[in-house]
Structure formats: C-alpha cells, structure tokens
Design a protein around this ligand. Structure first.
Ligand code: NAI
Length: 286
C-alpha cells in the first residue's frame, strides 16, 4: 500500500505545508492534514468551493485529494491544558478533540497508523519585536507553538508510526545566523527545533526506526511570513546574493520533503537540509 502522511500546519495553498502535501501526493502518498482551529472553517469552505482547485493539480493532471482534515491546536497537549477562555471562545467551541493527544487518538482510530509526519507550523506573538524587547510571555509562546509543538506531535505520533517512517519539520537560518527582524524568540525557537531534530533522531531512530530531519527553507511569501513583515526584503536579498539567482518556489521545498520521506533518504537522519538556493553558503552580500 502507499504511504500515509499527516501534515500539521496547512490552512491555505500558499505555505510550505500545502506544497509538501502536493509533492507527497504526487509520489503516491495518502494525505491527511491538521489545521489550526481558528483557520479551519475558512480552509474547509474554500476547499469545498473549489478555491484551491488550480493549485490542487498534480503533475499527472489529477487533483490532490486530502482524505481528512483534523482540527488542531499544537500548543495544547490534552484537554486539561486548555484555559477556560479558549474553551469557550466561539472559534474553538464549535469543534472538539483538537489537542495533540486527542488528535492523535482520532487519527489512530480512523487510520491505525501513519508513515510520514510533517510539522509545518510556527507562531510567535512578538515576532516583530527585537529579542531584547521580547517579554517572557512572548518568548515562551514562540517556543511553545514553534518548538515544543513538534516534540509533542512526534511524541504522540511515534507509537502509531510504521518502522521506516520519517518525520520532517521546517526551520529557518535565523537559528544560527543573525537575521534582524526575526524576533520575539522565533530565532531561539528555530535553534531549539534544530537541536531537538538531532536528539529526536537518536531517540526515535533507536526505539522506532523513524528518521527525523529538518528543512532549512529560504524565504517564501506565505501567510505566516507576510505577518512578520520583512518577507519581500528577504526575497530580494536572496535574489541579489544567493548562488542561484531565482525565486525559491514552495514546490522545491515540497520535493525535498518527498525525497527525505522516501527510501532514497534511508540513511539520512538528524540532518538539517538547506533548501534556499544556496544562500546559507555565502559569507557576505555581493
Ligand atoms: P503558513 O502560514 O502556510 O504555515 C503556518 C501554519 O501554522 C498556518 O497554517 C497556521 O494556521 C499554523 N499554526 C499557527 N499556530 C498554530 C497552532 N498553535 N497549532 C496549529 N497550527 C498552527 O506559513 P509557512 O511560512 O509556510 O510556515 C510553515 C513553516 O515553514 C513554519 O515552521 C515556518 O517557520 C517555516 N519557514 C517559513 C519560511 C518562509 O519564508 N515562509 C522560511 C523558513 C521556514
């Protein structure tokens, strides 16, 4: 049978999650996704109304099918963690079972197992503030949504992942080089995510034969990136300075994810793979 992939962090057709879903679908995988609760209604209705049909087209001309869309909020592990104001918030009250633990229980009930886990989500409420102006709340919120969310997802999913499976997350070079404007503890969150990729590669590899890798992606005009506010500047900077002077397409990241999830990458784990037109290799702007 084909492989089954769960992709966390798809809420429109502009981001890396969507592109990864497409590349995995093109390679024959069954696609199930997790969508942030507040974005769920609009995503489902847009999909139903055919708004994404053009971007659903796969190389063979067929349309990508998403077998099931699960509501999720990756900052909560179980119902006991959800504060009262969120529980009663009208964007949350209409759906249920969206904490990580409940989500994975539902996937287990519906499908039994998965082969591929993709974490393509991040959030930092103070991302536009320099680190030296970031509050403890903002810093910890960035880490919770962007780093621990991955530890929690993999921790809960790994028992239902088939041996030989693969887990992938998305990171950004701001973890290791200074990128002014990527603030609020988001640079710290990406550093944690990359370190956790190595440690979880060891633990999940030894215990479950699961590979764990990260893609350090170049700039893409996604919804999340537009919210940060400097994305056009980063794209221009890359065009001017990277070894490959072309705009990065989400599909190039999607294809790398498909490779990393495939048996072609059977000896690759604990790696951070750059998909950025080579910008990371430059020492100075030119
Ligand atoms: P995106 O907006 O398509 O994806 C982010 C997703 O995270 C959204 O669907 C949002 O609804 C979801 N989300 C936020 N908080 C959540 C929560 N608590 N629970 C569940 N879902 C939540 O944007 P993009 O840029 O494709 O982001 C995907 C990943 O790629 C992120 O990890 C991001 O940091 C990374 N990345 C993006 C780059 C870019 O230039 N766009 C560059 C390098 C990495």
């Amino acid at each position: 049978r084909g492989k089954r992939a769960f992709i966390a962090g798809v809420a429109d057709d502009n981001g890396y999650g969507w592109a990864i879903a497409k590349s995995l679908a093109a390679a024959g995988a069954e696609i199930i996704v997790g969508t942030w609760v507040p974005a769920l209604n609009i995503f489902e209705s847009s999909l139903r109304r055919g708004k994404f049909d053009e971007s659903r087209v796969l190389p063979d001309g067929s349309l990508m099918e998403i077998t099931k869309i699960y509501p999720m909020d990756a900052v909560y592990d179980s119902p006991e963690d959800v504060p009262e104001d969120v529980k009663t918030n009208k964007r949350y009250a209409g759906t249920s079972k969206w904490t990580v633990q409940e989500l994975v229980e539902s996937v287990k009930q519906d499908f039994g197992s998965i082969d591929i886990l993709v974490h393509s989500l991040a959030n930092g409420p103070e991302v536009s503030k320099p680190l030296l102006e970031t509050s403890r709340y903002g810093y910890l919120a960035a880490i919770s949504a962007s780093s621990y969310s991955y530890v929690s997802l993999l921790k809960h999913f790994v028992p239902i992942m088939n041996p030989g499976g693969s887990s992938i997350s998305l990171t950004y070079i701001a973890s290791e080089r200074i990128i002014p404007g990527y603030g609020g503890g988001m640079s710290s969150a990406k550093a944690a995510l990359e370190s956790d990729t190595r440690v979880m590669a060891f633990e999940a590899g030894r215990k479950h034969k699961i590979r764990v890798n990260a893609i350090s992606a170049g700039p893409l005009r996604s919804r999340a990136a537009k919210a940060i506010g400097f994305i056009d500047m980063m794209i221009d900077y890359s065009l001017a300075n990277a070894p490959l002077q072309k705009e990065l397409s989400a599909e190039e990241v999607g294809n790398t994810a498909a490779f990393l999830a495939s048996p072609l990458a059977s000896a690759i784990t604990g790696a951070v793979v750059y998909v950025d037109n080579g910008l990371n290799a430059m020492g100075v702007g030119v």
